[in-house]
Structures are given as C-alpha cells and as structure tokens.
Design a protein around this ligand. Sequence first.
Ligand code: SDX
Length: 427
Amino acid sequence: MKKNTMTLTNNMTGDSYEYKILEGTRGSCVVDIRTFFADSGMFTYDPGFTATAACESTVTFIDGGKGELRYRGIAIEELANNHTYLETCFLLLNSRLPSEEELYKFDLEIRHRAFLHEGLRHLFNAFPDNAHPMATLSAAVTALSTFYNDHLDMTHEEEFLEMAHRIISKMPTIAAFAYRHSLGIPFIQPDIDLGFTKNFLTMMRAYPGGKMHLCANGHEDIKDVEVRALDTIFTLHADHEQNASTTVVRGVASTGAHPYVAISSGISALWGRAHGGANESVIAQLEYIGSVENVEAFIKRAKDPDDDFRLMGFGHRVYKNFDPRAKILKNLQDELREELNLDTELMAIARKIEEIALSDDYFISRNLYPNIDFYTGIILTALQIPKSMFTPIFVIGRTVGWITQWIEFKKDKTSKIARPRQLYIGE
Ligand code: SDX
C-alpha cells in the first residue's frame, strides 16, 4: 500500500525527510512541509508563491487548467446567470444561498447600513479633486475603522458578520462619494428604496436631490439592463482564492489589526496594474492602440523581451486556459452590444488582439489568455463609468471576498502570524 508521503533527500548529506501529502476535496494536493526548517535547517524558496499553498480554505475553488471557478462549490456560470450579487454575498458569508426570507432580511440590512457617519463624509474634502478614487477609497476605509474601534477584540461569529455586512454596504457609498468629490459635485445619499447595484449607479449619476437625467420622455431612470450588467460584474469579482490582495488581507489579519485596515490594505494591493488596476489599463491601452490596423505592431512589442510593454488583461498566475469570468463577460458584451450601445471600435480592437494572441506561439506557449480585466472596461464605459472608477468597481465586488477570507482566517484556531524567511545574499 503506497504511503501518502513525499521524501526529500539532501544529496549533499544523504539526509532524507518524509512529509505528509494532504488531499483537498478538489484540486491539487499539498506537501505539508511545516517542520522542514526544524528538520533540515533549510528554507524552501518560492518568491511570488508560485508553488505555495498558504492556507486551507472552503471559500473559493479555481481549476486553472480547466478554467473553472466555484464559490462555496457553486459554479460561477450558475451564479452569474441565475443569482444576484447580494445572493452571492450571502453564499460566501454563510456557505449556502439564502432562502427568500433570509435574502429579504439581508437586503434590508445592507440597505440600512449604506449610510456613512457625517464625520467620515468630511474626510473627502481633504483630498484634491484629481485624487485617484483608489487612494481615497483606501484612506476612507482605514478611517472607517476609527468609528468601530470597539470591535477590535471580536470573538463571536455574529460580531464578524456585523463587521462584514457593514463594510459590504458602505463600500459603494464610499466609492460613489470619492467619484463625486473628484467632480466637485454634491454627494448623493444612499436611497433605501433602491437595491444594492441600482443604488450605487444612482449615487454615481443622479443630480443633486437624487433626480436622474432629464430627457425628452421625462426622467431617464437607470435602465434594468444596466443594473443587471453591473450586478453580474460585481458577482464575477466577488472572490478569487488566494490572489495578491487577499493574501495581503490575510497577512494583516494575522497580526490582529482591525478588519477594516486589512480591507484597506487589500484595496491598496488591488490598485496595482498587475492586479485589479489592469481593468483601467486595458481601456487606456485599447484607446492608445487606437485602431484595428495598429494591433499587430503592439502584439510585436508585447512579445519583445526588451520592451516592457505588456498586453493588459492578458495572462494569469492560475488560469492557463480562458478565465471563466472573461468568457461570461464576452458573452455579456455580445448580449448588450445593441442595448448598451457598446463602443464597437474598442470591441473590434479587443477582438483583434484576442484573435492574433490566441493563435501566436508566444502567447500559446506561455498559456496567456484574456482574463477578467480584458472585458470589464468596455461594459463599464457603456455604463457611463469613467476609467478611474473601474478598479473601485472591482473593490466593491471583491469586498465580500476579502471579509469572508478575513473571517475564515480569524476562525481558524491554527492560524499563525505571516512571517516568511529569506535567502540572504548580502555582504
Ligand atoms: C487579476 O491572482 C488573481 O486571481 C488575480 C485576479 C483576481 O480576481 O483577484 O484574477 C485579478 O489580477 C487578473 C490579472 C490582471 N493583470 C493583467 O492583466 C496584467 C497583465 N498580465 C500580467 O502582467 C501577468 O500575466 C500576471 C501578473 C497576470 C501573471 O504574471 P505571472 O503569473 O507572474 O507570470 P509572469 O509574469 O512570470 O509571465 C510568464 C511569462 C513571461 O515571459 P517569459 O519571461 O517566460 O519569456 O509570460 C509573459 C512574461 O513576460 N507574460 C506576458 C504577459 N503576461 C505574462 N507577456 C505579454 N503580455 C502579458 N500580459
């Protein structure tokens, strides 16, 4: 009977070390090397954690080879096509979809918690109007922790859930206020008569007093198709296993700091263009490429090792196949092309990039496929959301994932402070 262990042999000394292979319920196994330094006096070496599992988790499962994504075991296609973002939030937090009554109560709580303390509102005035909303968002969420600092020593599940509901409901308000501050226009307060996503679009778009744009046939309200499109985008961004920003959130959780400063750290990590900031860079890149005729030249630059130009929205540490979220967004683009009057020139450039890249050996040999950021921007542009707000939209969607992973970390009695070692190559 084969043992479920792996033996590492140091060929310099002949010493051998045997470690347990742990199997999950889906996906790759892990080798439990927690005693390796004590056994061998050596560290493993894995910059960027390309082959490292940092924790056990029951939240999200990704199969990078198959292009599969599940939240609490439910496929992303099922959630994006048949459930709302709020249902997905309830699923992530409670490990099951809500009953009708549970959803009604959850929705009501999220609506009522959407308001910000007046003191927090004044924080926005400290920022120049050209401040990037991601900087304002990160600062405002850190400031939010000062209004709930009595919760630092939480130990009960219901305290964790209250912190989670609060930050999920306030994030759209903070993002909309950051946007309106950047335009120098008055803030629109949340409206408890509106659902999560419609409320956000209203806080972004409405005139002072909450009135929508006036047009020939009376008030041009926010179209249902726009709400559905944005709600799907929030669902697709809700969580994604141990990505860079979630790793940062867990790292801050491991020192025992306030959950909202952990979320604020996640916002800062997400901002980078190698991560969530890519969605803003994709549109900037498509606009910079300017026409279908110019695509070939830029593909050449992306392949040139001496040119740091990269195709934004392409490639992924885990997906070595199509990102399933990108597939859903691509179908959504086709569905909404007429209804939302999508920018067909930008879409044509994106499709040309995809067509060339997916048949070019440079990309095929490196398993570089379009990721979620490649398609989001064209839909968000059609929803009259400016580029600078693309990554804040990612933040709104991902907040539930970050706080769910924070709760999982806090409930894991075996969790330890994150403290990796190094290979010292100094003097
Ligand atoms: C997100 O992790 C997550 O789950 C993240 C995310 C989430 O939901 O949380 O999915 C969201 O961040 C999506 C990714 C958004 N980022 C981008 O679109 C930026 C462009 N892509 C990359 O810079 C890159 O692909 C990463 C950062 C996404 C992944 O980088 P890896 O896995 O560390 O891969 P790598 O940089 O080592 O690249 C491997 C090879 C290199 O070539 P060689 O050195 O082997 O010759 O592929 C090349 C890279 O030069 N390469 C690219 C490329 N991405 C990788 N070449 C051109 N264009 C690209 N976009």
